[in-house]
Design a protein around this ligand. Structure first.
Ligand code: SF4
Ligand code: FE
Length: 493
């Protein structure tokens, strides 16, 4: 059953998720002004799935139940499904100009489904069935699931078992007849608080001796022993200001990242998807990362569309839209953004079935996609700031524009003065100009910059992680052979 956005929000109220922010417990986190925009953002994934014009993009037929489900809960059954996924993410990015958070679960579903199949095949375990039962439950209830991979990692020169504090990688601390007890944390967790359930995966490839760290499982977000500490975003406390609107740039939507702590959490056997099989940790990591690198060829492009539009409006409002260099900058932004999309579509179109039957992206192209994402949004942001002008970061507050305090010799108010000196081309009011500049500020260096800028660098793996994969998948030796043939060098050498 597809949930409505309102049902989704109400379903969150039923959870007992423990949330802390600014050193205090947040009891009503659903209505907290800093958190609520991120909930609205996830709610869009429900709203669009109810809209007939987006049905093909936003919904799919479950291969597990034959029912119509939200595509965010789908196991990709074809390359078309992979393409539709990217299109869906671009659409959601366009509608929210933020990170809508639900993709990490979708990417975890597809990675864990195929990996558990191969673990069972080799080890005779029961993980795939466990996972399928879990996913059926998620699809039927139309739940949001956080896919959690990133451990704190402590001293980067040491592996999980060699850390001074063994909890710096999430681990099994007790094995019981009926399940396991886990301890540790996952950081940078996108949309954790807004998720009904979590899927936990290891963060790196593991080897013998790391058995306690080779663990994957699902558990409710409000399971006994779990709590979350909210991540700060630049300009976040503007949301606490009374009647805040224009200064927020994006009043309705935002992303969310938190530290999730597992303080000895019990996981029953039927929710375990990996437990000690170290040789499969790398496969799970690689597949999840691959899917999430594909994802960025959709979501970041959608946010980029909004940013390009905002820069175009800023040019119109400044009266600079006829300048050839401004036109050219907008072309360059579009070129960069569409290049990211091309990578997202390409790695999808070149996908192939896994042994389990769901489709996986082309890993090399997905890594190239994400590598470009670590660069192009920065250039797009640079060009947006260039077009917007310095006012984007020097403009007085909304309260000044609306102030009726008299400051001028002829009775002018602060609002009058702001409106006089910040008026630009006649196509816009000063308020419209302020709104667009604040939106650009929000995406480039405000709350949404977490999702658009820095997450473009580090989300789904930092740049070097992709370069390692590109080196592994690039098949340099085969390319050398091609060159030898053309150059007339003996290929047997
Ligand atoms: Fe989805 Fe993008 Fe947010 Fe990742 S960063 S959860 S792909 S919107
Ligand atoms: Fe992400």
């Amino acid at each position: 059953m597809l949930m409505t956005p309102a049902e989704y929000v109400e379903s969150l109220r039923k959870l007992n998720t423990r949330v802390y922010m600014f050193g205090e417990k947040v009891d009503n986190w659903v209505d907290h002004p800093i958190i609520r925009p991120s909930i609205n953002c996830v709610a869009i994934t429900y709203a669009l799935a109810q809209d007939p014009q987006y049905e093909e993009m936003m919904t799919a037929t479950s291969n597990l139940t034959g029912e119509k489900i939200n595509r965010f809960g789908h196991l990709h059954q074809s390359t078309q499904d992979l393409v539709n996924k990217v299109k869906m993410q671009r659409l959601c990015g366009q509608k929210t100009a933020s990170c809508f958070q639900r993709c990490v679960g979708m990417d975890a579903f597809n990675a864990v489904y195929s990996t558990t199949f191969e673990i069972d095949e080799k080890c005779g375990t029961n993980y795939h069935k466990n996972f399928v039962e879990f996913l059926k439950y998620v699809q039927e209830k139309d739940l949001v699931v956080d896919g959690a991979m990133t451990d704190p990692k402590g001293d980067r020169s040491k592996g999980p078992s060699d850390q001074a504090d063994p909890d710096l990688f999430l681990r099994i601390v007790e094995r019981r007849e009926d399940g396991i007890v886990v301890r540790g944390a996952k950081c940078h967790q996108t949309g954790s608080i807004n998720s009904h359930e979590h899927i936990i995966m290891p963060t790196i490839a593991l080897s013998e001796g790391d058995e306690d760290y080779a663990v994957s499982f699902a558990c409710p977000s409000d399971a006994e022993g779990i709590y979350m500490i909210y991540g700060r975003q630049s300009c976040d406390t503007r949301k606490l200001e009374e009647d805040a609107d224009i200064d927020l740039g994006n009043k309705r939507f935002g992303g969310q990242e938190v530290l999730v702590v597992f303080d000895d959490v019990f996981i029953p056997n039927d929710r375990i998807f990996l437990c000690g099989e170290t040789e499969f940790a790398g496969m799970m990591v690689e597949r999840f990362a691959g899917y999430h690198r594909q994802s960025y060829g959709g979501c970041k492009v959608g946010v980029g569309d909004v940013l390009i539009g905002a820069a175009g409006l800023a040019a119109d409002y400044n009266g600079a839209n006829k300048a050839s260099h401004v036109k050219d900058k907008l072309i360059e932004m579009t070129h960069l953004n569409e290049t990211l999309y091309a990578c997202g579509i390409a790695c999808s179109a070149e996908g192939a079935p896994t042994k389990a039957g769901n489709y996986q992206i082309d890993l090399l192209l997905a890594n190239v996609c994400k590598q470009n994402v670590t660069r192009f949004p920065y250039e797009i942001v640079r060009l947006a700031e260039d077009i917007a002008g310095g006012l984007m970061v020097t403009m007085p507050s909304e309260k000044d524009f609306k102030s009726d305090m008299v400051v001028g010799k002829n009775g002018e108010t602060i609002g009058d003065v702001c409106n006089k000196y910040f008026a630009a081309a006649p196509v816009c009011t000063t308020e419209e100009r302020a709104r667009i500049l604040r939106l650009i500020e929000n995406i480039c260096l405000g709350t949404a910059a977490v999702g658009y800028r820095t997450e473009s660098m580090h989300g789904a793996g930092s740049p070097q992680a992709q370069r390692i994969m590109i080196a592994r998948q690039g098949n340099l030796e085969a390319k050398k052979e091609l060159a030898k043939v053309i150059a007339g060098i003996n290929t047997a050498k």
